[in-house]
Write a protein that binds this ligand. Structure first.
Ligand code: BG6
Length: 479
């Protein structure tokens, strides 16, 4: 890489509150959906329990104890040279039940202290309002985001924190990876995105369309409100972008790819364009889904378009209609199935490694919306090994990041994409969202803790730490 990145490019690191903080019952915090998820393992789903069940292990309760150690962790972030740190606010620290009338001062104070500490060290906070930890009570009493009452609860929560931190936080995002839940097939995603557990016999896809639309309405109201609180706020959405390629040049493969992408675009189209796209209205009509919305909500969508598109990028996919090819069936297009792309390798967790796919995504989204883009997650989950010298030589992680950063640079320099920043995921090792493991590590900072919760929690630098530090110091130039 020879060229540097734009001036003021936000080089950073990303985490989420529930995956690092711990302190799940401290200073008046209420239970969240993440607190009732046990640890799974590679290929084994996490269990969602009814409340906390004695004898089960819940890795998010302590996580990496950032709640008590954030000052020393921020010293390491400063040493790395981070310009931005993306984390989330734990909703149930602020409103323990979600529907409380008054916010919890203990929780508000914690984030005051955290943001002050970041700013003191020259690091800009980038804040997600809802990152997979809706207050548990909102599931128990209201059934999660299937219920429109949650729109108001979310807006009230956002109003409180945006007002409180109006001079400390400029960059906000509303719902993390809002499109994860899109097809309604995953119990985990319905739970973490929307606090929803499906009922026997109900149409899961229709339930998720309703919940997703409710979240989009809530998001638009928060964007409008945020701009009223502070016109300088930059408020974005947060999408999981997995570009899905046509596996072959057979025209039906191309059509299948368009239909699969519609499922993702639905969310960012509403966020960025302020209206429900034609292809989704037609789909609802064909399926006879009666998704509820009214004129006031449609107006809110129009008035609350996001300022930038935040997104995660980890992998690409491929779809085909060719009979002879293997793959798992999907419903987006007749005879379509997702198939393994033979041109790229995968991580130990089966995540396709495709740096060029990042450039593809940057182009697709920028062409579509012409709004600034922000890569707020990207990274390599791997089994790290501590060597005899106590170090982690994670060349594989450096290679992964470097290849992705090279593609970002091409998107900026050759394609003219407006990219605001890059906050690689799990800058410090944390609890995996999907599997609940500690040993699926993304960090440049190692945390001594294993999948069973044992370890000293001591922090140490991996080889990638020095590498990233130099890259930031040189604004993107690296060997
Ligand atoms: C994204 C989430 O899905 O990917 C993060 O926003 C998550 O919360 C990250 O941790 C990586 O996924 P996983 O399952 O490897 O932790």
């Amino acid at each position: 890489m020879k060229k540097k990145f734009p001036e003021h490019f936000l080089w950073g690191g990303a985490v989420a509150a529930h995956q690092i903080e711990g302190g799940y019952d401290q200073q008046g915090r209420g239970l969240s959906c993440a607190d009732v998820m046990t640890a799974g393992s590679n290929g084994v789903e996490r269990e969602i329990t009814h409340g906390i069940v004695e004898g089960k292990y819940y890795p998010n309760h302590e996580a990496i104890d950032f709640y008590h150690r954030y000052k020393s962790d921020i010293r390491l972030f400063k040493e790395l040279g981070l310009k931005a740190f993306r984390t989330s606010i734990s909703w149930s620290r602020i409103f323990p039940n979600g529907d409380d009338h008054e916010p919890n001062e203990g929780g508000l104070q914690f984030y005051d202290d955290l943001f002050d500490e970041l700013l003191k060290n020259g690091i800009e906070p980038v804040i997600t309002l809802s990152h997979f930890e809706i207050p548990y009570h909102l599931y128990e009493v209201y059934g999660g985001f299937r219920n429109k009452k949650l729109i108001d609860f979310f807006v009230r929560y956002a109003q409180v924190v945006m007002h409180r931190y109006k001079d400390k936080v400029k960059y906000w995002m509303t719902f993390n990876e809002i499109n994860n839940q899109a097809d309604g097939q995953s119990d985990l995603h319905a739970w973490t995105n929307s606090a929803i557990q499906f009922e026997e016999g109900e149409n899961r896809e229709a339930v998720i369309f309703q919940a997703g639309l409710n979240e989009l309405i809530a998001s638009s109201k928060v964007v409008k409100l945020g701009h009223e609180i502070n016109p300088d706020f930059q408020i974005g959405c947060m999408m999981a972008y997995v570009p899905v390629y046509a596996y072959t040049c057979q025209p039906t493969d191309q059509m299948a790819s368009i239909k699969v992408m519609h499922r993702r675009y639905f969310y960012s189209d509403v966020h960025a364009r302020g209206r429900i796209p034609h292809y989704i209205l037609k789909y609802w009509e064909k399926k006879q889904y009666h998704i509820e919305y009214n004129a006031e909500e449609l107006q809110a969508l129009r008035e609350g378009c996001v300022d930038f598109i935040g997104f995660s990028y980890y992998m690409s996919g491929a779809v085909t209609t060719v009979d002879e090819l293997d793959g798992h069936d999907i419903t987006d297009f007749p005879h379509a199935k997702m198939s393994q792309n033979p041109y790229i390798k995968s991580s130990d967790w089966g995540w396709a490694i495709d740096p060029v796919g990042l450039r593809v995504v940057l182009n697709l989204i920028y062409e579509r919306y012409e709004k600034p883009l922000f890569i707020v997650e990207n990274g390599f989950g791997a089994y790290d090994q501590k060597m005899a010298d106590g170090a982690v030589h994670d060349r594989y992680r450096i290679d992964y990041l470097k290849q992705h950063i090279e593609q970002m640079q091409k998107a900026i320099d050759e394609d003219g994409v407006d990219l605001m920043g890059y906050t690689p995921w799990g800058i410090i090792d944390l609890v995996s969202f999907g599997s609940g493991e500690m040993e699926k590590r993304y960090g440049m900072i190692y945390v001594d803790k294993d999948n069973q919760g044992h370890g000293s929690l001591a922090r140490s630098k991996k080889d990638s730490f020095e590498w990233y530090k130099n890259l930031i110091a040189e604004n993107g130039w690296t060997k």
